[in-house]
Design a protein around this ligand. Sequence first.
Ligand SMILES: [Zn+2]
Length: 119
Amino acid sequence: MTGSRTSVIAGVLHRPVLDRPTVGAEARGRMVQGLAPRSSTVDWTATVPQLAEAIDTALALADAPAHALVVDHRGGDLVGTCACGRVLGRIRPGTRLDALAVPWMQHASPELAAAGHRA
Ligand SMILES: [Zn+2]
């Protein structure tokens, strides 16, 4: 995971996505600039807080596990897992897929699952 975090940070430093304009007080602080390859042309300029936020946002996006229900045939049964690695259960063919879909929904979005029960 360390390698991918490093490459996410490197990606931000190559081309930071700065979501907001510089705030007045920051403009008087230290600025960070990225130079274009083999030149002195300034590619981007950011304040330290702007750059820190861009790195934090990119890392949070990269760390978010992708939740997706995956159903595989294994030994005649259907095994449900989430794309993030969580095992959800094993059912016989012919069993309603809800037996896998419901636990997956509770795992992937507990808030939505709770809302569904209330409805
Ligand atoms: Zn998951």
